[in-house]
Design a protein around this ligand. Structure first.
Ligand SMILES: *Cc1c(COP(=O)(O)O)cnc(C)c1O
Length: 362
């Protein structure tokens, strides 16, 4: 036993296991495991990233001012209340550090994003896992578990890995039931993909109330996961807290440049959106045709439920796909052992996936 003792909670964290990115013995793999944008980053973002290499000896703009200004304009929101982070993961972590600690409770739902328990346990707070209904966050179930000790509610909307979402009306009903001292964090990592009238990412709620934060990322539609870039839209007091707590240079200069260029390339973003919509619908329909249940409704990934028998279960499907060079995501870590999560990729990738699954289901 090491004589060094980490703070309570930290050793309760199950180390995060990311999606595989290689298969032994297969060179040409199809990676559909991490919800990365189907068409890769905008070429303009890649160019800006490269160009930033020329000035790597300079510290970045610690306040990410140009990027915040562009985000403010693009989203019609107040740039002064945006805080950028090294991925939205960093911002979720900072929010936990700022507002929760030992003795405090942090709520998230049963199949919520795996970063929430990490951020919660990392500050020694108590995670409270709320059951879902039909793989969807249940407002009444969440409100029932709010106590005097509740400090934060992490809500992924849409949720990963289920691909379900709460309507604007439901999110408002959730907020209306919360004491003003509870922070509602709306993690809208997939907002760019949702084109439904009853959905909003949450910026209006942030403008209306002092206890709502919305987090966003450049890792999904903008496909800049490797650059680590996310942002939070906050009430003034929360932005102030995050700006005190974050590292003074938490977002590197190349990421800021790439993000700025990606945001400006709206044609490319539109292309990704249109591509994803088309192949999301196609893949969903094909999976249904194979007799597989797909609970997901929005996003750039599909949660797929497999039968329970020895031959056709999710684990066997995963191994079969691997033998064909296709990497998807096992969901046991999310409490969904009968499911796989499959990201929407390029056309040839989705066709290869469906061909392989058709053979597997036989
Ligand atoms: C991918 C993802 C994130 C993390 O995004 P980063 O900005 O890459 O840290 C946050 N929340 C959800 C629900 C995600 O799926």
């Amino acid at each position: 036993m090491s004589p060094l003792n980490p703070k309570p909670g930290i050793l309760d964290i199950a180390p995060y296991v990311g999606g595989d990115s290689a298969i032994d013995g297969i060179d040409d793999i199809i990676k559909l495991a991490s919800n990365e944008g189907a068409l890769g980053p905008s070429p303009k973002a890649v160019q800006a990233y490269r160009q930033a290499g020329e000035t790597l000896h300079r510290y970045p703009d610690g306040g990410s001012a140009d990027l915040r200004e562009a985000l403010g304009k693009a989203n019609g929101i107040d740039a002064n209340r945006i805080v950028c982070g090294s991925g939205s993961d960093e911002l979720l972590d900072l929010l936990a550090r700022a507002y929760a600690g030992p003795g405090d409770e942090v709520l998230f739902t049963e199949h919520g994003f795996l970063m929430y328990p990490i951020a919660t346990k990392g500050v020694g707070a108590t995670p409270v896992v709320v059951p879902e209904t039909n793989l969807t966050a249940d407002v009444d179930a969440i409100l029932k578990r709010v106590t005097d000790n509740t400090r934060i509610i992490f809500l992924a909307n849409p949720n990963n890995p289920t691909g379900t979402y709460l309507s604007d009306a439901e999110v408002r009903r959730l907020h209306a039931g919360l004491p003003s001292g509870v922070l509602l964090v709306i993690d809208a990592a997939y907002a760019e993909y949702v084109e439904l009238d009853d959905y909003t990412a949450g910026a209006e709620l942030v403008d209306e109330f002092d206890n709502v934060v919305m987090t966003r990322t450049f890792s999904k539609l903008y496909a800049l996961g490797g650059a680590r870039l996310g942002w939070a839209y906050c009430p003034e007091a929360v932005a102030d807290v995050l700006n005190r707590l974050r590292g003074p240079f938490n977002v590197n200069s190349a990421a800021q440049a790439a993000g700025l260029a990606a945001l400006a390339d709206t044609d490319f973003a539109d292309k990704v959106r249109a591509h994803t919509r088309k192949w999301y619908d196609w893949t969903r329909q094909q999976l249904g045709g194979l007799g597989l249940e797909v609970p997901s409704k929005v996003g750039n990934f599909l949660l797929v439920r497999f039968p329970g028998d020895d031959e056709h279960n999710a684990g066997a499907a995963n191994e079969f796909l691997k033998s064909r060079g296709i990497i998807v995501r096992l969901m046991a870590g999310y409490g969904l052992p009968d499911c796989l999560r499959i990201t929407i990729g390029q056309e040839n990738e989705m066709r290869a996936l469906i061909d392989a699954l058709a053979e597997f289901m036989g």
